[in-house]
Design a protein around this ligand. Sequence first.
Ligand code: AMP
Ligand code: MG
Length: 393
Amino acid sequence: METGEQMIEVEALWELIDEMVVPSEACDVPVTDALGTITAADVVGPVDMPPFDHSAMDGYALADSGLEPCTIVHEVAAGNVDAGVIHRGQAVRIFTGVPLPQGTHCVVRQEDCLVDGNVVRLGEDAEVSNGTHLRRRGELLKKGAVVLPSGTDITAGAIALLTSCGITKVPALSQPVACHISTGSELVEAGGVLGAGQIYDSNGPMMQALLDARCTRLVRQRVPDVASELHSAVAGFTGDLLLISGGSGPGDHDHTGRALRDAGYTIHASRINSRPGRPLIFATRGHQVAFGLPGNPLSHWVCFHAFVTRALARFEGRDIPALVNAHLTEQLPSGGDGRRTWTPARRQYRDGMLYVVPLGWQHSGDLTPLASADALLMNRQDPATHLFPTFIL
Ligand code: AMP
Ligand code: MG
């Protein structure tokens, strides 16, 4: 059933998104391409980490000789295969990360040693108890242990950990294949020359940057306000997430709703009690999800953060974006027409508490505040705490 015509609340759209967007399939992703994905199963380590006993310091490996002077018998450097053997009264010159000679009791830091020819004398502060400055094979992770549990966000640090264990592929939820279509006969691609009545397409590059920052790949297209052209672009879309910029209202040249319907999409919402962002279409065709986003750049940006990120989180198996409570540095302009109003904002931390500076905007085409916004606040003050729900971007 289509619920498209009546105005719905922001929360109702969130519920529709949660219900309609189905997480992507799991697949094996090369670790080098996995940044920003979520593990779809526990990842188990195939080796001990670290893989061999080694020194934690540059210094001298000693057998159990107390504080007696020792004779330097050889040196082990990074990459040496055979670290040799060490006996009482002997020392082996050694460096951080280097395998330990057999029989090593401890490593003494070079700054605690006095070297005279091939004899090492230990300073009074030298630590010589068993195991000092040694790192043992498997002390971080044993072979077969879970390196990353299912549901972990693959960050740069996670990539380093996986790689250090020799893991090259990881089961992850595949990221949605997204396409952004900028509609509008007035639009010119950046770098082109503007004719009379033309403007640059800023929504396309903005969406590209927003999705790049989330490691989600995007294909961009631009079509004029010609119903047949938009229809073929929409009908031919084979990816997961279709974002159409502009033409989402009821105007004579607004073709987005019709193009989606004609291409077999079901429209679940087309008017949201949101300011900016009223003419926003949410539609699905099987597992495919489409948003018709208002072309006005501020609306486009707000709708991305308030709604599209939620759909992305569902596709990617992440937690839905959370609103956090923030103090305001200054009063919001009062008024409005009863719609849920969003304000771009800038974060500040004072005494460990989150404050946001509201960045005023003139109208839904006003993109001047966006360059310095890193938060999006909702004008719904909690009467008890006086705090405002805010998305951290
Ligand atoms: P629309 O949603 O198509 O009615 O467009 C509303 C306003 O946003 C108009 O002033 C458009 O020129 C402008 N607009 C639409 N698409 C873009 C875009 N891709 N980049 C910048 N402005 C746009
Ligand atoms: Mg338009």
